[in-house]
Write a protein that binds this ligand. Structure first.
Ligand SMILES: Nc1nc2c([nH]c(=O)n2[C@H]2C[C@H](O)[C@@H](COP(=O)(O)OP(=O)(O)OP(=O)(O)O)O2)c(=O)[nH]1
Ligand SMILES: [Mg+2]
Length: 132
């Protein structure tokens, strides 16, 4: 379980029909700013992780999740913040997907993910995707 000050984050790995993954670049002023990320955000007190995933992906990417399954869970201690990333693979979705908050975004093949700087906590996610 997350300790009281560990931030619980729902994260979505969204894959399209071509096997490309949706990534976006965090705004510079945010924690881990300038790094690329999979969309997602904090799980609120009154919701399940799946509910948070659906809400965040709707808000951030205009994407309606139709089906998703757990991929991996990562706990990571940054010097300034502790996170628990609850990572889900989004296997079916609808909507005209783009980034809704002014961040750069793109669809990239899995083998190209290494070319993007992600937050340190994301390295195991990328390894899981590349081993599939
Ligand atoms: N969304 C997302 N967050 C990540 C990833 N990797 C990683 O270390 N994080 C960290 C950065 C942040 O400290 C935290 C998630 O914060 P967030 O900024 O997305 O949260 P949020 O959308 O709810 O935004 P807010 O409430 O701060 O406005 O998790 C990732 O791939 N995606
Ligand atoms: Mg977010």
């Amino acid at each position: 379980m997350a300790s009281s000050n560990r931030v619980h984050v729902a994260v979505g790995v969204i894959e399209d029909d071509n096997g490309h993954i949706f990534i976006s670049c965090r705004h510079p002023h945010l924690h881990q700013g300038g790094k690329w990320e999979f969309p997602g955000g904090k799980v609120e007190a009154n919701e399940s992780v799946y509910e948070a995933l659906c809400r965040e992906l709707q808000e951030e990417c205009n994407l309606t999740v139709q089906q998703a399954c757990p991929l991996t869970v990562i706990t990571h201690d940054y010097s300034d913040k502790q996170v628990l990333l609850d990572v889900w693979m989004v296997t079916a979705f609808s909507g005209s997907v783009s980034q809704q908050e002014g961040q750069q975004w793109r669809w990239v093949p899995v083998y190209e993910l290494d070319a993007y700087p992600f937050p340190p906590a994301n390295q195991p996610i990328i390894e899981v995707l590349q081993r599939r």
